[in-house]
Ligand binder design. Sequence first.
Ligand code: DX5
Ligand code: ZN
Length: 215
Amino acid sequence: MKTIISPSILSADFANLERDIKLVERNGADWIHVDVMDGHFVPNITIGIPVTAALKRVASVSLDVHLMIENPEKYAQDFIKAGADVLTFHYEAMQNDEEVFKLIRLIKAHGVKAGLSIKPKTAPEKVLPFLAEVDLLLVMTVEPGFGGQKFIPECAQKIKVIRKNAPSTLIVQVDGGINAETGRVCRDFGANSLVAGNYIYKSADIKSAIESLRS
Ligand code: DX5
Ligand code: ZN
């Protein structure tokens, strides 16, 4: 399976989001990663529902929406309506396993890919029960909340546990501190989708940066 590259627009120029989406699209981006933060689940506030809907109007590739919010079940339908093609929520934001299953099923019932994410301190074993149902498992390689942080190598080890226990169709994604070098480590462990913000958007040559994440 080809590696899915998902540039994070958290590192784009927020006054020029359309321009910056097109910039990565014409240089090989497969998806656009949209980081939604609520100031509760993480200590930062970023993009919400109306901005996601506006991004949908200008993006030609899939919107990969990463919810870093409490009560994701309350807002999932709104993000689906706004145009999320992939909708990922955090395991740590849920009350119990039953609620996780319910939300995965609700997202998939709308024809949207369902993603589940774990923070650095969450053991991969916690999400094994969901691997047969979820479309994507996002292993965070930094504490969620901010772009431009340093990759935590121990987190990448979790990819192996996930991959070993997952159906071959599962997309295993990593997010946080990804560059050519850390991206390769994650791909070697079995990740097949890389999110990168600073590495792509702060690069002088966007095309080479995206290509370097694949090779
Ligand atoms: C962090 C976000 C990431 C962030 C990655 O909480 O989930 O998607 O934009 O940024 P970089 O690639 O710069 O670490
Ligand atoms: Zn993200």
